[in-house]
Write a protein that binds this ligand. Structure first.
Ligand SMILES: Cc1ncc(COP(=O)(O)O)c(C=O)c1O
Length: 457
């Protein structure tokens, strides 16, 4: 086959990279200016041999890769990729299915259908919930919020799909002061605007204060959407979903959950209690590219009201081939053409099994506790959060020493995590989201801070 050598070489380069990650310093060695020296070529006028293109691409990007797929990466909330999911991702590109129509790309549609059902079963969400595979949690928010927008406005007698938002009854969004920034961006996309948000004060872990939430909901005029959170991005804290669902029912509000990573606690018998009542919400946004450890990009929107989800996003065109009794994937996401994201989720869940997903989540949390315990022993270190999940938030004596410590650890390459601000003080976040992070990796992260601090004095 013409092209076989190209694909074989790509596979070899990919495998060599994956195998090399555990031994590499975690940080990117080269910054953009340096990378441009090799990568910023003039537009090629003539064809270049494809194997040469791939070999030189791999060679030239390598210094600028952040090795976030390894077990010593703790930045942001970034999972690695289990081998079955990487393999399925490669096959997804080889198959290159435009996943919109069940009768046109049936395998992609059926695998997505099964992957969605498995996700619901793993996370304990209602069997009847609809779902769509999108690029990430932010687009899952946007997807869920257009369903919510449809639902609450229809209850007020307004057809937003036909008449738009100009002149509609105003929607109030009630969300915690520590909501993730992507919720605000999603609100901008869906036309509700950040000005629609009433921010509810939170406790020292970032959980909404229930009395304050009740007061905000009482002040809000219908229609309303309340947004809760499973896993605050710094602390990993969970809102009280049972009570929030009660309040949403009492005030006739739609309840949306940001469960980018924290929703996966529901897959673990040990941690499931943190998500109690979450299944009573109206919609959920989560990611597969975080804790399920599938490659970017892969987010999932789920909705307890399929008819509202479909009314908000469904599409029919005369040149497309629709079947009334099949699920067309394009009816559940904002995208028209898109990648077959179900294959990687299917492969990851099948390879791990229910027990493997639970084990992955529990191991990450155990390593987070190890890191927190180790850090707490370091002079001057204060762990700021209750380590209920996979997140550790900590700082040293003052802002300057905190920023200096994290910068030194990043530069050293032993581990990588980022800084943040909590309250008005600088802090450091550790997120253990990778299937490979071992006890030894956790000890190395603590040791990296010990040595960064001893070098600083
Ligand atoms: C709580 C929370 N919500 C939403 C997001 C956004 O997810 P994505 O980057 O996949 O859109 C994140 C990302 O870290 C998150 O932690």
């Amino acid at each position: 086959m013409e092209g076989r050598r190209v694909l074989e070489r790509a596979a070899e380069l990919g495998i060599e990279y994956v195998e090399s990650v555990p031994e590499r310093p975690v940080n990117a060695a080269a910054m953009p200016a340096e990378l441009r020296e090799t990568l910023d070529l003039p537009l090629p006028e003539e064809p270049v041999d494809a194997v040469t293109v791939l070999e030189e691409l791999a060679r030239d990007v390598e210094p600028g890769l952040l090795h976030s797929t390894g077990g010593r990466f703790y930045g942001f909330v970034i999972g690695g990729s289990v081998p079955a999911a990487i393999g399925a991702d490669w096959l997804t590109s080889a198959w290159d299915q435009n996943t919109g129509l069940a009768l046109v790309t049936p395998a992609a549609a059926v695998v997505e259908e099964v992957a969605g059902r498995w996700v619901k079963e793993l996370l304990g969400l209602p069997v009847h919930a609809s779902f769509g595979f999108v690029t990430g949690c932010q687009m899952a928010h946007a997807t869920a919020l257009v369903a919510a927008r449809h639902h609450v406005l229809a209850q007020s007698g307004w057809d937003v799909e036909q008449d738009g938002l100009a002149g509609s009854p105003p929607i109030t969004v009630v969300a915690g002061a520590k909501r993730h920034g992507t919720l605000d961006r999603a609100l901008r996309f869906v036309g509700l605007g950040t000005g629609s948000v009433r921010a509810v004060p939170v406790d020292d872990q970032g959980r909404m204060l229930i009395d304050e939430l009740r007061a905000e909901l009482a002040r809000a005029s219908a229609p309303a959407i309340v947004c809760s959170q499973a896993g605050e991005v710094n602390t990993g804290a969970f809102d009280d979903f049972d009570t929030i669902s009660d309040l949403a029912a009492e005030f006739g509000a739609w309840h949306h959950v940001d469960g980018a990573f924290g929703l996966w606690a529901a897959a673990s018998p040990e941690l499931r209690h943190l998500t109690k009542g979450i299944e009573r919400a109206d919609s959920w946004a989560t990611d597969a590219h975080k804790w399920l450890n599938v490659p970017y990009d892969n987010g999932i929107a789920l909705c307890a009201h399929p008819e509202s989800h479909r009314a908000a996003l469904g599409i029919r065109s005369v040149y497309l081939l629709h079947a009334d009794d099949e699920r067309d994937p394009l009816d559940w996401t904002p995208e028209h053409s898109r990648r077959a994201r179900g294959f990687t989720v299917y492969a990851a869940i099948r390879a791990l099994g229910r027990s493997g997903v639970a084990d992955l989540v529990e191991r990450c949390c155990a390593r987070a506790r190890d890191i927190a315990a180790g850090l707490a022993e370091l002079p001057g270190c204060e762990v700021l959060n209750e380590v209920v999940l996979n997140q550790v938030l900590f700082r040293f004596e003052d802002d300057e020493s905190t920023d200096a410590a994290v910068a030194a650890v990043q530069a050293g390459g032993e581990a990588w995590m980022g800084g943040t601000t909590w309250g008005d003080r600088r802090a450091i976040r550790v997120s253990v989201s990778n299937w490979q992070t071992s006890e030894d990796d956790a000890a190395r992260a603590v040791a990296a801070f010990a040595s960064a601090r001893s070098l600083a004095v």
